[in-house]
Design a protein around this ligand. Structure first.
Ligand code: SIN
Length: 292
C-alpha cells in the first residue's frame, strides 16, 4: 500500500509501498505527483529499473528533455545522461564531476527543466552525497520587508560566469562558447507553474547580479539571499544507497553533490530530465535572453 513519509520537516517525501516498474494506479500517482510539487523531492528506495523503465517512469511526470553533456548520454537510450567516474577502454562513460555547488539545473536556459530524476546504480561508501534546499520554504521565511524589496527584481544568470564555479576542472569558456552563451534574465522570485507558490531563484554559489542595480547594492543582496536559502532548516543531505531514486522539482529546489574519493570508489547514476514549461502548460518560458 502506498505510504508517503516526510523526509524532514521542510523538504522531501519518501514514497513507500511502490514498485516503480509495476503499475502505479492513477489515484496513487496523483498523490505521488502532489507530494513532489508540495515537498520538492521524492525518494523511492530499493528499486531496480532498466533504462526503458526509468524513461517510462520519468514520462509520467512530464516530457523528457536533454540539454547538456550529450557526449555522456547512454548510447542506446539518449534520454539518459550517465553520471559516473567509471572509464571503459580508457574513456569516461559519464560525466564524473557535476553539480558540486548549489544550483538549479539549466538555470542558464530560458526554460529550465521542471525536474530531474537520478537513479543510483553504484555508490561510494562515503561521499558522493546530494544536498537539497527547499526554495519555497526559504522564500516564505524571508522577512516581509525583504519580500517586498525583491518581489519584482530580475537576476542575471551568466553561464560564462558560472563555468569556473561549476566545473573548476574544465578549461575556461572558448570565444565561441562566450559568444553562444548569452546571459539570461529570470525573476528572482519564481512563481511555481503548478502550485502558484513563490520560490527564491537566486542561485547558490555563483555571485549573480540583480538587473539594473549598482554592484555595491546588488552583491550583498544576492549573497544574503543565497546564504539565507541554504540554512540547515531548509536543507537535506541524501546519503545514497544503490537502488535509490530521487526526483527533484527544479522549480522549487536547489541541489549540490559532494565530492568522494574518485580514485578509490565508483559512482554510477542514471539521470533523466523533465522539460520545463512545455510539460506544465505554462504559456511562456520563465527567462529571457539578454542581448549582448
Ligand atoms: C547534478 O547536479 O545533477 C548531480 C547531482 C549528483 O550527482 O548527485
Amino acid at each position: 500500500m502506498l505510504e508517503l513519509v516526510p523526509i524532514t520537516d521542510s523538504i522531501g517525501t519518501e514514497v513507500r509501498g511502490v514498485d516503480v516498474t509495476g503499475d502505479i494506479s492513477a489515484r496513487d500517482f496523483d498523490r505521488i505527483y502532489q507530494a513532489w510539487i508540495d515537498t520538492c523531492l521524492l525518494l523511492f528506495r530499493g528499486q531496480k529499473m532498466t533504462p526503458e523503465q526509468q524513461i517510462a517512469l520519468t514520462r509520467r511526470f512530464g516530457e523528457i528533455t536533454t540539454y547538456t553533456r550529450s557526449e555522456f548520454n547512454e548510447p542506446e537510450h539518449p534520454e539518459i545522461l550517465v553520471l559516473s567516474n567509471i572509464t571503459r577502454d580508457g574513456k569516461p562513460i559519464g560525466s564524473a564531476y557535476s553539480g558540486r555547488v548549489w544550483h538549479s539545473d539549466g538555470h542558464y536556459l530560458s526554460d529550465p527543466p521542471a525536474g530531474t530524476m537520478l537513479y543510483a546504480i553504484e555508490v561510494p561508501p562515503e561521499g558522493g552525497d546530494t544536498w537539497f534546499a527547499n526554495m519555497m520554504a526559504a522564500y516564505d521565511a524571508l522577512p516581509a520587508a525583504m519580500k517586498e524589496r525583491i518581489d519584482d527584481l530580475k537576476v542575471v544568470i551568466s553561464r560564462v560566469q558560472s563555468r569556473p564555479y561549476n566545473y573548476p576542472d574544465r578549461p575556461a569558456p572558448t570565444p565561441e562558447e562566450r559568444a553562444a552563451w548569452v546571459d539570461m534574465r529570470h525573476p528572482i522570485v519564481r512563481r511555481h507553474e503548478v502550485s502558484g507558490r513563490n520560490a527564491l531563484y537566486s542561485g547558490g554559489n555563483v555571485p549573480w547580479r540583480i538587473e539594473g542595480m549598482p554592484e555595491a547594492e546588488s552583491a550583498p543582496l544576492v549573497t544574503f539571499l543565497q546564504e539565507f536559502s541554504v540554512q540547515p532548516r531548509f536543507t537535506y543531505c541524501h546519503r545514497w544507497q544503490p537502488g535509490d531514486i530521487l526526483l527533484w522539482d527544479n522549480r522549487s529546489a536547489m541541489h549540490r553533490a559532494t565530492p568522494y574519493d574518485y580514485a578509490a570508489y565508483r559512482r554510477l547514476m542514471h539521470r533523466t530530465t523533465i522539460a520545463g514549461h512545455l510539460s506544465t502548460g505554462s504559456p511562456v518560458p520563465v527567462g529571457e535572453a539578454i542581448a549582448s
